[in-house]
Structure formats: C-alpha cells, structure tokens
Design a protein around this ligand. Structure first.
Ligand SMILES: *[C@@H]1O[C@H](CO)[C@@H](O)[C@H](O)[C@H]1NC(C)=O
Length: 403
C-alpha cells in the first residue's frame, strides 16, 4: 500500500470539521466577541456540539459516504438498529477502501478526544447502577448494610434532577473490611475511566497532606482542585482516604462544600457531587456491637443500623486523637449517611481469596482457600471470630500458593 496518498485527503476531511469548533485543539480562529465571551464550562459544550452536528449535516452534500459512517461511529443513537445509517440504506459494514477506513478511524478518535460522543452528553460519566448493584452483591463480602445503604443512597441521589446539596457519605470500619473497595466500585461504575477519570479525585491524607505545618497551602490546593474538577465535570466524586487523619482546618474548609446550596445556585443544571470519607474511626464500636450480638446468638445478617448508629456516633464524639468526630462535618450533620463496615469472619476471608484467584484466572482448591484464610489473625482471643486485617492484602498472599 503506497504511503503518499494519505496526505492529500487529510486536510480535505478536516475542512469539514474545523470551522464550527472555536477554541479547540489549538485552532485559534479570530472568533467573534460573542464566542470569545463563552465560558469553557460544561454547560456550553452541548450547544457547540449541536451546532457542529448541524454543520456536519450541511456538509453531507460533500460527502454522504463519509458523513454516514462518521455519524454512526460518533452518535450511534442516530444509526438505525440494523446497523444502517439514517441517510442511506448503506449498511455500516459497507466497505470503504481500506485507506478511507483509516481516515475515518483517525477522524473519529480525533473528534472524540475533545468532544463527547455519547447520547448522555458526557462519555466520561457512565452511571451504571446495574453494574454497581452486581459488584456490591457479588464482590463485596459480609457487608449487608453497606451494600444496601450505598446502592440506595447513590441511586436516589443520581435520580435527583435538581440536587441542592452534595452527597456526603462516610464509611467506617476496620481496615480491610471493604471501604476502599466500595469507593473503587463507585468510581468504576459511575465513570468510564474509574479512579483515573478526570471527574474523580482521590486524596490520601498521609500522602497528599502529610505535614501539618503546610496546612494553609494544602487547604488552598485542595479547594482549587475541587473547584477545577467540578468546573470540568458535571458529576464528580471526591474520595478522602484516611479521613480520620485529616487536619481540622481541611475538614473545616470542606464543610462549606457540604452545605446546602443557596436556592439561586441550583436548578436543572446543578452539578452532582459525591464526597466519600473513608475512616477507621468507629471500627471498634462497630466490632463490639457485632460481637455482642454474636454472643447473644443472633445471626450477623440481623445486625441493623439501629444497633450500630448510636454507638458509632458515641465513638466519633469521644475520639480525641482525630479531628473528624468534632468537625463541622459531624457536628453540623453535613454527612448524609454513616455507613458501617462490619468485621469480617473466616468465611468472608475465604471468599476474598477465591475472588483473588478467579480475577487472575488461576485455579484453586478448597484447601488452598482454607490455608490462606488461616494465615490471618483472628480476634478476640477467646472466640477468634474476626479477621483483624479483614481481607487486606489477600490478593498478594495468594502468590505463595501459585503452582
Ligand atoms: C454495566 O455493568 C454490567 C456489569 O458489570 C455490564 O455487564 C454492563 O455491560 C454495563 N452496562 C453498561 C451500559 O456499560
């Protein structure tokens, strides 16, 4: 296949697209004052996009073939169900010359790299609640409360057309019980790129804000990052890992984001924001409650929010080495929901080990699962009921058992 013929077609195809795209991809057209005044927020993307769609339609006369194929790629919803383009009876598989197909690929990739090619208007946001439900019920073990609470709360929040507040959830429990795991599931099911999405930010206290003396700088950076993320994305997720170690000044600063928005600042276009605080604080109280119920012969699945909430609140209020329980977030009820993560038992650790083998496509035996589960330390001394590390580092432990 000769290489040279590539060049002449490229500019021609680009010509179809460039005029209606002010300010994108280094294309600095001498835009009129009206265009220049437009702010780059997500609110303006859609009209520009529709505008472009109109322009492309106008260009159809030039190249029906290219348009039909391109539009089917970029806006699949406008394509016929049988894979035919809306403009002609040409099936999608209809063959362009090989070279033309390549141009089409390049063009589509280029276009979608700065514009959204989804019916929802923003491909970065997937909001797959079916996927979330399936992950929570199949991959999260031993957390009947968290599973139910997280799903219903997030589902209800995303269904709001005019959210007047961010959704703030705090996850409490010992390490290894699944708090990070659920945060990851949320990111993966609500955003196409999961934790790497532009719309998702994860802050780990000891990593991002390690030095108390720099707290003023951190505060500025944090607020700036929250603002920028919200500006670039209509639905955002912020995860604060090790929230119990957050400096009181940072918690204070976040408080203003969790407050109810003033009525003039919400409406149909109000952004959706979810804040997750992952916190070891309260884990002891949760474990005590679960242990008491276990000693009283009650099955684990009977543990209810009513048993846990007062004790969890009491532990937060009594904590002295953490600012979280005394911050505005808690004292002014800015957290919408406290989600308890229960201590895991031997059988749950076994399931985590099984998942780790399955996810790597490796074979395992029941004996191996028992061996791995036996490697964990169980507390308290008398009953040896709860894994002190939950399912933490199970994925690494399975490497000892590989053939
Ligand atoms: C949602 O998630 C489920 C389960 O992970 C998956 O099978 C399905 O394809 C996803 N749906 C979309 C629209 O991505």
């Amino acid at each position: 296949m000769p290489r040279n013929p590539r060049r002449p077609l490229w500019p021609w195809v680009l010509l179809l697209l460039l005029p209606p795209l002010p300010g994108t991809l280094g294309h600095r057209s001498p835009a009129g004052p009206g265009e220049a005044a437009e702010e780059p927020g997500s609110g303006t993307a859609w009209p520009a996009f529709q505008d472009l769609q109109e322009q492309l339609r106008a260009a159809v006369a030039l190249s029906r073939r290219y348009w039909a194929l391109f539009s089917c790629r970029v806006w699949p919803a406008t394509c016929g169900q049988d894979g035919k383009s809306p403009l002609g009876k040409t099936p999608l598989a209809w063959s362009l010359p090989l070279l033309g197909q390549q141009y089409l690929d390049i063009l589509t990739t280029w276009y979608c790299s700065f514009q959204d090619c989804c019916a929802s208007g923003d491909c970065r946001i997937s909001n797959n609640l079916t996927g979330l439900q399936s992950d929570l019920s199949l991959r999260l073990h031993g957390q009947h409360l968290a599973r139910e609470l997280v799903l219903t709360t997030v589902r209800d929040y995303l269904a709001l057309t005019q959210p007047d507040k961010v959704l703030a959830l705090s996850f409490h429990g010992w390490s290894g019980t699944g708090k990070n795991f659920v945060a990851q599931m949320l990111a993966e099911n609500l955003y196409r790129d999961g934790l790497r999405s532009d719309c998702v930010q994860v802050f780990t206290t000891m990593l991002h804000f390690p030095h108390p003396r720099l707290v003023d700088l951190y505060k500025e950076q944090l607020l700036e990052q929250v603002r920028k993320t919200q500006e670039g994305c209509h639905q955002t997720l912020f995860v604060f890992d090790e929230a119990e170690k957050l400096h009181p000044a940072l918690l204070e600063a976040l408080g203003s984001h969790l407050e109810r928005r003033a009525p003039e600042n919400h409406g149909a276009g109000a952004p959706r924001t979810i804040f997750l605080f992952l916190c070891n604080l309260g884990g002891d109280a949760i474990n005590e409650v679960v242990l008491e119920l276990f000693r009283a012969g009650r099955p684990r699945e009977e543990v209810a929010m009513g048993h846990l909430e007062p004790r969890l609140q009491a532990e937060l209020a009594a904590s002295t080495d953490s600012g979280f329980g005394h911050s505005r977030l808690v004292t002014e009820n800015l957290i919408d929901l406290f989600v308890p993560f229960l201590p895991l038992e031997y059988r749950h650790v076994r399931l985590c080990a099984r998942d780790a083998f399955l996810s790597r496509g490796l074979p395992h035996t029941e004996e191996t699962l028992d061996e791995i589960a036996r490697m964990m330390v169980y507390v308290p001394k008398e009953e040896q009921r709860f894994s002190s590390q939950g399912c933490k580092s199970i994925a690494q432990r399975i490497s000892y058992f590989l053939p």
